[in-house]
Design a protein around this ligand. Structure first.
Ligand code: SAM
Length: 403
């Protein structure tokens, strides 16, 4: 738990899910810089109005600006969960902040627009196009990021979509982008979603910011080449589905299977659904779940323990610009909980990530199905009834294995 001292107050903030030995703070120097900039705007005569925060990582901005009853727009379910938890931890009434998914409804006009620049330029473009109709000439528009994440192309997007833009001096390696909306600007239209076609002719639809949005990822391709598709009625999960290619091809090859697509990105799940429907039509059964792993989804939606025949997973390994494997640990141990005895987890990963060792510790064994210079495809079978430890508690230094 960290304390953020901002002009708006002193706040305790934690990342989500809470992990033992967490090394990373729940806010960065850009959050701090943004809050100081915004406090300076609140001079006499300044009126709070409709504040929209975009891409608040762990809720630091929403918690600090809660008095303005902001809308927090994000593509990340985990960020929204973190925001809720941090509001509670700071005794802020949860309804003071409205969490809205990417492309969610916004009220007009926005008085203050606060943007944390995301890693994906495509996502930023889509988000700016989405908020632009609600931005007036009087809207305060400020964005922030660590300097290494602000490029000429980032500034150009603000210029192009909203109006004249300048950058601040750097402070603690963070920088602000300050934009004066042009009232005469021409409305920009987002080029997203986009689509491409797989070698087998299947269309794939991707919303902005989704993993490998414009081509089949090499790791995903390697897993597809090596995957042995099950036969007969099967419950399959595409965990961390992105645009849903793994689940789609699995469902196409086994008409009796039912696939659940899960991702923490709202736009990923929307992409997976669009891709699935474009290929298999409106009537083929499937579930589309926005959630943090398998057991922490919106509206209490969740998978049942011991029911799944097969989980397909190409785990994320870049968390917030820091290399981290906590999500992979979580995905593997939750998969084991969701699988029935005899059910299989199929994983593809970069060779150097050593997923093999993790799977061995969680499942007690792991088969290396295939490997090349860059990737390995791994398969682990759930062999007995004892549950793995709670996912949030799994770490490299824990002794987790089947007996
Ligand atoms: C490497 S991509 C794989 C996407 C897709 N399966 C493919 O192979 O093209 C990993 C995916 O995991 C998702 N993800 C990250 N953290 C997650 C979490 N806590 N729960 C569910 N999905 C998550 C990311 O949004 C991303 O779409």
């Amino acid at each position: 738990m960290d304390t953020l001292d901002a002009p708006q107050g002193r706040f305790v903030l934690t990342r989500y899910p809470v992990r033992r030995n967490e090394q990373l703070r729940a806010w960065d120097a850009a959050d701090d810089y943004l809050l100081r900039f915004l406090a300076d705007q609140q001079r006499p005569g300044w009126a709070a109005g409709s504040t929209v925060i975009v891409n608040d990582g762990w809720g630091a901005l929403a918690v600090a600006l809660a008095a303005d009853t902001p809308v927090s727009l994000s593509d990340s379910f985990v960020s929204h969960r973190a925001t809720r938890e941090n509001l509670m931890a700071n005794s802020v009434v949860a309804t003071d902040v409205t969490c809205v998914a990417s492309r969610g409804r916004l009220s007009t006009p926005i008085t203050t627009l606060v943007v944390k620049v995301p890693r994906s330029l495509a996502l930023l473009e889509d988000q700016l196009c989405h908020v632009a109709p609600h931005v007036t000439a009087d809207t305060i528009v400020v964005a922030g990021a660590m300097t290494k994440n602000i490029h000429t192309s980032t500034v150009e997007l603000f210029e192009l979509i909203l109006g004249p833009t300048r950058t601040s001096l750097a402070e603690k390696k963070a920088r602000l982008i300050i934009c004066t909306p042009n009232p005469d600007r021409i409305a920009a239209v987002s080029p997203w979603p986009c689509s491409f076609t797989l070698e087998g002719g299947q269309p794939v639809i991707s919303h902005a910011g989704v993993f490998s949005a414009e081509r089949l990822d090499l790791g995903t391709r390697f897993l597809l080449d090596k995957l042995r598709i099950g036969v007969g009625p099967q419950q399959v999960v595409d965990l961390g589905c992105g645009n849903g290619i793994l689940g789609l091809l699995s469902a196409s090859q086994n008409p009796e299977s039912e696939v659940t697509f899960v991702d923490e990105s709202y736009l990923a799940v929307a992409s997976a659904e669009a891709t699935f429907r474009a290929n298999l039509g409106p009537d083929r059964a499937a579930r589309f779940m926005v959630g943090n792993g398998l057991f922490d989804a919106a509206d209490g939606d969740s998978l049942a323990f011991d029911t799944v025949d097969r989980v397909l997973c190409n785990p994320p390994f870049h968390i917030d610009n820091a290399l981290g494997d906590a999500t992979a640990w979580q995905m593997f141990s939750e998969s084991r909980q969701a699988l029935r005895i005899g059910g299989e987890l199929w994983v593809v990963g970069n060779r150097h990530l050593a997923y093999h060792a993790k799977l061995k510790r969680i499942f007690g064994h792991c088969e290396v199905v295939a490997g090349n210079a860059k990737f390995v495809v791994l398969r682990a079978v759930r062999s007995e009834t004892r549950r793995a430890q709670a996912p949030a508690d799994l770490h490299d230094d824990d002794d987790v294995h089947d007996g």
